[in-house]
Write a protein that binds this ligand. Structure first.
Ligand code: 6PG
Length: 237
């Protein structure tokens, strides 16, 4: 197996989104051929917006799809920063309106307890995950595996719980929402199909740096790149 994932380069964001929507729809269709229920884990942020919209137009058996969040800011669904709200708005409409969304946030008010509750909820989602769609921040994080974050070691451990609590170091990337819940590395790495999309020269440079030797804690996307060098990576300017 190749040591590093191959990067598929697209002329623009439209081409990247179209290709990734095709890839995800194909993977979900294949899984639906063999299983009663399938699972799709999606990320927040700006990159996946267009892909979600295209996926929602695909006539799949969405009522048999469990949509889960790769990560969540520790805010209620009525907060503007909620990934659950973002996914409901951008993906769960048109053909995909009947997909079952399992959020990560709960009213427990306590981040570690929230991680425990979310981990239990993941037991009802088809596993291993069939499709995971990742973004990457300009700081080299993916999911909510932020550099040097509290909880990062636990999230990347081989025996990690399905969902782990993260307290990130505040940065321009995290903004004020430094308390997060995230799928752990084993949950993501065991998925059948993993795709990462990124845009722009800055992220491309960070990605190339992540391919080099170095500590995972510095550029945590390294964790999944090294575990799953077969994963699909798409980039556009
Ligand atoms: C989040 C996302 C996060 C995202 C990256 C990339 O909660 O913010 O899940 O992990 O994938 O930050 O975000 P952009 O696509 O907006 O650059």
């Amino acid at each position: 197996m190749e040591r590093n994932p191959h990067v598929t380069v697209f002329a623009d964001g439209d081409a990247l989104a179209a290709a990734l929507a095709d890839r995800v729809a194909t993977a979900l269709s294949a899984a639906l051929e063999t299983k009663e229920r399938v699972s799709l884990a999606v990320s927040g942020g700006s990159s996946p917006l267009q892909v979600h919209g295209l996926l929602a137009e695909r006539p799949l058996a969405w009522d048999r799809v469990d949509v889960v969040l790769v990560d969540e800011r520790w805010v209620a669904p009525d907060h503007e920063g909620s990934n659950e709200a973002f996914v409901r708005e951008t993906l769960l409409h048109d053909c995909a309106q009947d997909a079952q969304l399992t959020g990560l946030w709960s009213e427990t008010g306590n981040l570690p307890a929230g991680a425990t509750i979310a981990s239990r909820a993941m037991a009802y989602v088809s596993q291993p995950l069939d499709v995971v769609l990742l973004g990457m921040g300009p700081d080299g994080h993916t999911a909510s595996w932020f550099p040097s974050a509290e909880g990062l070691t636990a999230a990347l451990a081989d025996d990690a719980s399905p969902v782990v609590a993260i307290r990130a170091q505040a940065s321009d990337v995290t903004g004020a929402l430094t308390e997060r819940l995230t799928l752990s590395l084993p949950m993501v790495a065991e998925a059948t199909s993993i795709s990462l999309l990124m845009r722009g020269e800055t992220k491309r440079a960070v990605f190339e740096q992540a391919l080099s030797d170095g500590d995972v804690e510095d550029l945590p996307v390294r964790a999944i790149l090294r575990k799953r060098p077969d994963m699909w990576v798409g980039w556009a300017p």
